[in-house]
Write a protein that binds this ligand. Structure first.
Ligand SMILES: NC(=O)c1ccc[n+]([C@@H]2O[C@H](COP(=O)([O-])OP(=O)(O)OC[C@H]3O[C@@H](n4cnc5c(N)ncnc54)[C@H](OP(=O)(O)O)[C@@H]3O)[C@@H](O)[C@H]2O)c1
Length: 291
């Protein structure tokens, strides 16, 4: 609740959640917060990874029931934006799920829909869907590939880009040493090498020791007037196709530190070029999983 209060006070007006976060608890708490405060933040959620649907139980009735449950937990009659949550590519390609979402828009259960994807190929496929409103992708200093084709395609299609993992699961704050231990229930422990879900997700797909080494290299690029966290966030915001960045936080004070990146000046073009060369030369080959 303190984090939600801090986000509101700092002017963060869009919050991302999902039905499966805390098995519904994340949506429930955000719904409680909104009911208690009456503040008009835009809450966007995701569907498609709960056991009733994932990996192969997708039906129109199931999708409707899942969205109705999210709306109940959020205390909303209609959902502003429902995002397909890393739904298997074969389900996306089948195409039916998009027509179900069109119908659920017409019914008024959702206002818009989008997709959160793992790979560039999935992202490009989703951009070709006529009514897609948003695309959520991994995009950060350790995952720059979207620059070349995906971001321009999103702009051309007038689809909003929502950037997740801006800090590569916290790595790009620069605070982790090789000896850092994560809590048992933290995905940075139990999915460190892709044991529980996609290996490309936690730490943006890098092995922890490799990532810590590359963070040290990145520190040499940080301008004197900002922190590495702010460099990482500012770098994302500088791309015109990016609509918003959803940075996770574990403490209220991290909200203020992250929001500060919004008011910094854009990075010099030469620095962007250096950071891209760093990614191509020292990072890209180390990213594991399908990207
Ligand atoms: N498949 C999907 O659609 C999907 C998957 C993953 C995430 N997401 C969404 O994307 C959001 C962001 O992902 P994420 O939280 O995993 O990754 P992230 O934003 O890259 O990293 C967030 C972590 O970085 C640390 N941090 C944040 N700000 C900091 C600061 N100012 N100084 C120091 N450390 C800071 C915190 O970790 P500590 O605990 O170490 O403090 C925080 O939990 C999630 O909240 C979720 O909404 C979606």
């Amino acid at each position: 609740m303190q984090i939600l209060d801090a986000a509101w006070q700092q002017g963060v007006s869009l919050w991302d959640t999902a039905d499966v976060y805390g098995a519904g608890e994340s949506e429930r708490r955000i719904g409680d917060w909104r009911a208690r405060t009456g503040h008009p933040v835009t809450v966007i959620t995701k569907l498609g990874r709960d056991a009733a649907l994932y990996p192969s139980g997708y039906t129109k009735a199931g999708v409707r029931a899942s969205l109705q449950a999210s709306a109940r937990r959020l205390g909303a009659e209609t959902l502003t934006l429902a995002q397909l949550h890393c739904v298997p590519f074969e389900v996306l390609r089948d195409g039916e799920i998009f027509s179900w979402l069109d119908d659920l828009c017409s019914e008024g259960l959702i206002q818009h829909y989008g997709a959160s994807v793992e790979t560039l190929e999935e992202g490009l496929y989703c951009l070709a869907q006529p009514n897609l409103a948003s695309l959520q992708i991994i995009f950060n200093l350790f995952r720059q590939d979207a620059i070349t084709e995906l971001l321009p395609a999103a702009q051309k299609a007038n689809v909003g880009v929502i950037v997740r993992l801006p800090l590569a699961s916290g790595l790009l704050s620069g605070k982790f040493g090789l000896d850092h231990r994560f809590a048992e229930q933290d995905h940075r422990n139990f999915n460190r090498d892709g044991q529980a879900f996609n290996v490309g997700e936690t730490f943006s797909g890098l092995a922890f020791d490799v990532a810590v080494d590359r963070v040290a290299r990145l520190q040499t690029f940080v301008p004197h007037n900002m922190t590495l966290t702010q460099l990482a966030l500012r770098w994302i915001l500088d791309h015109p196709a990016v609509s918003t960045v959803i940075a996770g936080v574990s403490k209220p004070e991290q909200v203020a530190a992250n929001v500060a990146a919004s008011t910094l000046a854009a990075l010099p073009r030469a620095l962007h070029e250096q950071l891209f060369a760093f990614y191509e030369g020292e990072v890209r080959a180390q990213v594991r999983g399908n990207i």
